[in-house]
Ligand binder design. Structure first.
Ligand code: FAD
Length: 428
């Protein structure tokens, strides 16, 4: 090897943001992506201000992000009978220096992919190449074993290997062969998009119902000026008995509206007709709300984990994609400080593994939706005025605690130095 090479397993949002970071700081890299034909899969995703900040630092613009989503104005929880529990502004509307985005997951992935190959060349992302495992060598290098879409196999040797290969990470499975199976708490999510009139601010993230039975919805496109209709992303969620366990975790399992619409019968308000919204969806996907128990380390010598491979979490905090982006930036900063070395991976692991493992468990405990648990415990989810059930100070303190744990405290984020200052390059 004439020049250090960082190999990335997985071209999801995490792997691609890391690729863009490595290109920015002058580190040679290659991304192996299992899928042969990258398509804009998935539905809505939130990109928090801390991650938007990093995308801006990578040279993406608001105009770029406006092609994949819209700035989020509000985050709100509403009780079963339609009364407000909590609401707060989001992104720039809340005083962050950066917007929050409600985006289409697949369109964001394609945006990052095209930015990366425009900057680094088409060869930077090798499609149809699945990393099946790795070998570490006494000279400190690491070999990635690669299975190609046509069934053939090959190997690539580099300086470091980063497993950004998602929920079913092969890199993590080899690093932690005794890891427990996927953890499922009993919640099933049906996810889809429908055309609808955006409610409240026109760009509000709304959680409606109780913590065991709710609808989460937010628009991911601007409203058409002619029709007033926007693409509304929604997640219909019901918690069931989990004692039989769950066997799959496939982001693309199709479902029928008739499978679940009965759970939302009667969810009609003068400002929102839930059954009508759900019925208008074209494609619906069913997905269990799952995560993995944290592992004690994300590092094995020259190999490290990033994004969902490191810390797949319940989407309650809406920060899976955002944290995957931030992981890549922190890793880039440690490579700048320590060179393309396992020491850089240790420093990255020391910074993120413990706090993110805590966040995984916090999101399992409902994340910011914990307010719904509190309301349900106190009054069964039905109330006249929220102050009689949960006072404003208690609500504000709960949310402040979550935001601080998730790296989203407004003043702290605005005051924080850039993770990677502009113009930094790894020393030759
Ligand atoms: C198809 C798909 C649809 C999704 N839809 C949604 C959604 O609608 N809403 C939401 O909140 N989240 C969704 N997610 C999850 C969300 O994208 C992640 O939680 C978040 O973006 C963190 O991304 P990541 O890059 O760490 O992992 P992922 O987004 O899971 O990306 C991992 C990438 O690695 C590839 N890969 C997997 N194994 C290997 C391997 N062994 N070698 C090489 N490549 C490998 C995968 O094809 C994928 O492109 C989806 C994920 C996927 C893969």
């Amino acid at each position: 090897m004439d020049e250090p090479l960082v190999m990335i397993a997985g071209g999801g949002i995490g792997g691609l943001a890391l690729g863009l970071t490595l290109h920015q700081i002058g580190v040679k890299f290659v991304v192996f992506e299992a899928v042969q034909d990258l398509r804009p899969l998935g539905v809505g995703i939130s990109v928090q201000p801390n991650a938007v900040r990093e995308l801006f630092d990578l040279g993406l613009t608001e105009a770029d992000l406006n092609t994949v989503g819209i700035p989020t104005k509000e985050w709100a929880l509403v009780g079963l009978n339609g009364n407000d529990i909590y609401s707060e502004p989001r992104g720039r509307f809340a005083g962050y220096n950066w917007p929050q985005y409600s985006a289409h997951r697949g369109k964001l992935q394609m945006l990052l992919y095209h930015k990366l190959i425009d900057r680094a060349g088409a060869g930077a992302v090798r499609l149809g190449q699945r990393v099946s495992g790795y070998l570490t060598h006494p000279d400190g290098t690491v070999t990635a074993q690669i299975r190609h879409a046509d069934g053939s196999e090959s190997q690539e040797t580099g300086t470091l290997l980063i497993g950004a290969d998602g929920l079913h990470s092969a890199v993590r499975a080899q690093m932690h062969p005794d890891q427990p199976p996927i953890q499922w708490g009993g919640a099933i999510m049906w996810r889809g998009t429908s055309l609808g009139v955006p409610i409240r601010t026109g760009s509000s993230f709304v959680g409606l119902g109780t913590h065991r039975h709710r609808l989460v919805m937010y628009p991911i496109s601007p409203a058409d000026p002619k029709t007033g209709l926007a693409t509304i992303n929604w997640i219909a969620e019901v918690t069931v008995d989990n004692s039989q366990g769950w066997t799959s975790g496939d982001w693309n399992k199709k479902a029928q509206i008739s499978d679940f619409i009965h759970h939302f019968e009667g969810w009609q308000h003068d400002w929102l007709d839930v059954p009508a919204l759900l019925s208008r969806a074209s494609d619906v996907y069913e997905y269990p709300m799952i995560d993995r128990d944290p592992v004690p380390t994300w590092q094995d010598g020259p190999v490290a984990l990033l994004g969902d491979a490191a810390h797949v979490m319940y989407p309650t905090g809406s920060n899976g994609a955002s944290q995957a982006i931030v992981d890549g930036r922190v890793l880039g900063a440690r490579l700048l400080a320590y060179g393309i070395t396992p020491e850089a991976l240790s420093a990255y692991n020391d910074t993120l593994c413990a706090p993110l493992s805590q966040l995984v468990l916090r999101n399992r405990g409902a994340g910011p939706f914990g307010l719904l648990n509190m309301v349900e415990e106190r009054c069964g989810g039905v109330f006249d005025h929220i102050d009689e059930v949960l006072g404003p100070q208690e609500r504000a303190a709960f949310m402040a605690g979550y935001k601080s744990a998730a790296g989203l405290a407004i003043e702290a984020l605005n005051a924080a130095e850039s993770i990677i200052p502009a113009g930094m390059r790894v020393a030759a």
